[in-house]
Design a protein around this ligand. Structure first.
Ligand code: PRP
Ligand code: URA
Length: 237
């Protein structure tokens, strides 16, 4: 009996290898884009869709955040470590060197905390409350609560949206005023504008950032386009 159902292979469509607006080579050296796999493009398509409801938005954003955290951990330093396996053999591996903490830029950055905790159990997480002025888009710092020993830690700075870069720059200034070394900051981000990347990465050339996607630019309200709207509203409200 013949089946009318297409096999998975014949149903596969081909897309350009990179649908991303910007190539890795065009970015500052300290900015990295996740590989634009079909999976990542499909996940981003869901969260960008204005019809996506909050449950799917949260679930899908969390999956992208997990990809970012896993990639971020690849950029932390390791030292050699040898362990004895249950069959009596040695395995020459590595272990992470140095302690880390997360710092979320509230409110939207808080959405990335669970993804970090899923990978780094009981990780300390500091918070910096920065809000953009709705008229001017300039960032205003309200509050910072950070681990006391943050100056000795590698910091995973969390914010899903990088538009003008103003909020991220202010958060980095707060971290550095608490003694954090620029080269120990790893900024994890879902969607960035080219302006935001250039502003942050040129001002802080020793910091590293990882983003899932680089969009076209900003609109008149300094929102990322095509973007996904207000991440915090879509995730939390
Ligand atoms: C959003 C976003 C970033 C910032 C990006 O936060 O989460 O923090 O804007 O814009 P920028 O690069 O131009 O500074 P917002 O201030 O809207 O607050 P929210 O997290 O409460 O949504
Ligand atoms: N904050 C958001 O949530 N989205 C943008 O596009 C810009 C700032």
């Amino acid at each position: 009996m013949s089946s009318t159902r297409p096999s998975p292979n014949t149903a596969t469509i081909s897309l350009p290898a990179s649908g991303c607006n910007v190539n890795q080579a065009e970015l500052p050296d300290n900015a990295l884009i996740l590989p634009p796999t079909h999976q990542l493009q499909a996940l981003l398509t869901i969260i960008r869709d204005e019809k996506t409801q909050r449950g799917d938005f949260v679930f899908t954003s969390d999956r992208i955040i997990r990809l970012l955290v896993e990639e971020g951990l690849n950029h932390l330093p390791v030292v050699p470590k040898t362990v004895r396996t249950p069959v009596g053999m040695d395995f020459d591996g590595v272990s992470f060197q140095g302690r880390i903490c997360g710092v979320s830029i509230m409110r939207a950055g808080e959405a990335m905390e669970a993804g970090l905790r899923d990978c780094c159990r009981s990780v300390r997480i500091g918070k910096i409350l920065i809000q953009r002025d709705e008229e001017t888009a300039l960032p205003k710092l309200f509050y910072a609560k950070l681990p006391e020993d943050i100056a000795e830690r590698y910091v995973l700075l969390l914010d899903p949206m990088l538009a003008t870069g103003g909020s991220c720059i202010k958060a980095i200034e707060v971290l550095m005023s608490h003694g954090v070394r620029e080269d120990r900051i790893l900024f994890l981000n879902l969607i960035a504008s080219p302006e935001g990347i250039n502003n942050v990465c040129n001002l802080f050339p020793k910091l590293r950032m990882i983003t899932a996607w680089v969009d076209e630019g900003l609109d008149g309200h300094r929102y990322i386009v095509p973007g996904l709207g207000d991440f915090g509203d879509r995730y939390f409200l």
